[in-house]
Design a protein around this ligand. Structure first.
Ligand code: AMP
Ligand code: GLY
Length: 423
């Protein structure tokens, strides 16, 4: 069968890499893909902001399965358009994707269904912000309602800072339309966890958990990014907590969405804070995480095509996944300046040497291929991922691989998974 992956980042490279391993796949396309993906799939130019362009591509390629990587096409209703035409497509519909595309929607949904989450207020004006802030104590978190590629959340040490951040969002200066409404939220402390489940609209099946590294700098310093690294290993989440999260977060979410007439299919990514008073939902994503997908798929031993079909066809069960007991670690190498103004077009050396190491796969995020060489073309450039028998070996192997790669201005976190290793 033919599969089409929509997207152009490290997550999509990992999806292409994993889907191709299925004996059922004879041809893999990626729209638009990137420099590295072009070695593993046939890349087709595409405009991710245009559902029409994606429909036209699928109409021409006739894939037997389409997998939507990023949130934007989901928010714009690509799944609705494909489903209407009877084309098999993996992911939630536009209305179901509101769990990610509107933080205000998600917070109100969580409250309606008594799913644990931080205290919050929704504001549309500076005067409301001022009034609501009086009910919170610092530090406080300010979030743009709409999609902002991980850049719409500000953790504020003081209420004055929060008022300024909210003002910049509301004025459209910070993240455009996405900031027309803001969510003010109690700041939670604890370890974050990315808990992903596969849903068919009624039933869910958990994937192995991962932890992301959102801040740009070592020791969780500096601004938030799309994610600077991630890891997954069996010790991250035990069976008892997995069951708790299924019972108190994942199932009530999927059941609540169905009850409200917005059946949720695809991957439901629950971004959690493991706070002292229990796990709390920080956010939902309606898709695989980036870079969590890189280590998660490296640990997946079962067939991803089968799991995705189970979601589409409404037959998700506990047996959908088999996992390796190994650990996997992804270190993101980013362009100079990221997450601010970036420099691109830098020639990248050493990818083959890194890829040649045992258990290593270099997933490309922002790269282009030209004249037998790769060049940087985005903020996050590569997701250098290693799998090994234990966490320490996987970390060491990932950094050994990173050490073989060079490009001007490259930076990366040196402490990926350090928190787990200290425990
Ligand atoms: P979100 O997009 O809502 O997940 O926010 C991005 C990141 O901001 C999260 O992964 C956390 O690191 C941080 N964050 C969001 N909400 C909170 C909160 N209520 N308390 C502490 N940190 C938060
Ligand atoms: N790594 C976080 C995300 O994919 O949104």
């Amino acid at each position: 069968m033919k599969v089409l992956v929509i997207g152009s980042g490290g997550r999509e490279h990992a999806l292409v890499w994993k889907l191709r391993q299925s004996p059922r796949i004879s041809k893999t396309y990626c729209a638009p893909g990137n420099g590295g993906i072009s070695g593993d799939a046939e890349c087709v130019p595409a405009d991710l902001k245009s559902v029409e362009s994606l429909v036209a591509i699928a109409n021409q390629l006739k894939p037997d399965l389409t997998v939507v990587g990023p949130e934007l096409p989901l928010q714009m209703g690509v799944v609705d358009e494909f489903s209407r035409r009877g084309w098999p497509v993996f992911g939630p519909t536009k209305s179901a994707a509101q769990l990610e595309s509107s933080k205000a929607f998600a917070k109100q949904f969580l409250q309606r269904h008594r799913i644990p989450t931080a205290h919050y207020a929704i504001c549309t004006s500076n005067s409301e912000v001022k009034h609501e802030l009086s009910r919170f104590s610092a530090p406080v978190v300010v979030k743009a309602d709409g999609l902002a590629a991980g850049k719409g959340v500000v953790i504020c040490k003081t209420k004055d800072e929060a008022a300024i951040a909210a003002g910049e969002m509301l004025s459209g200066k910070m993240v455009g339309e996405a900031g027309a409404r803001v969510v003010i939220e109690e700041c939670l402390q604890g370890d974050e966890l990315s808990f992903l489940v596969l849903s068919d609209g009624e039933r869910v099946s958990p994937l192995v958990a991962a932890q992301d590294h959102k801040r740009v700098g070592d020791g969780d310093t500096g601004p938030n990014t799309g994610g600077m690294g991630a890891y997954s290993f069996p010790g991250l989440l035990d069976e008892q907590m997995t069951q708790w999260l299924l019972q108190h977060v994942a199932r009530p979410t999927v059941e609540g969405m169905k009850a409200e007439g917005m059946e949720y299919k695809g991957i439901l990514y629950c971004g959690l804070m493991m706070a002292a008073r229990g796990p709390m939902v920080l956010e939902f994503n309606c898709r695989f995480g980036d870079p969590e997908t890189q280590p998660i798929l490296m640990r997946m031993e079962s067939d991803l095509v089968e799991a995705m079909e189970a979601s589409i066809e409404g037959r998700v069960s506990d047996g959908d996944f088999r996992w390796s007991q190994d650990a996997a670690v992804c270190v993101v190498m980013a362009s100079g300046g990221y997450p601010g103004t970036i420099e691109v077009g830098k020639k990248i050396a050493g990818i083959e040497n890194a890829d040649a190491l045992e258990g290593v796969k270099v997933f490309h995020a922002g790269t282009t291929a030209r004249d037998n060489a790769y060049y940087s073309a985005g903020g996050r450039v590569l997701g250098v991922t290693a799998r090994a028998a234990d966490l320490k070996s996987a970390v060491d192997r990932a950094y050994e691989a990173v050490g073989k790669i060079q490009f001007d201005g490259a930076h990366y976190r040196k402490d990926v998974a350090a928190r787990a290793r200290k425990k």
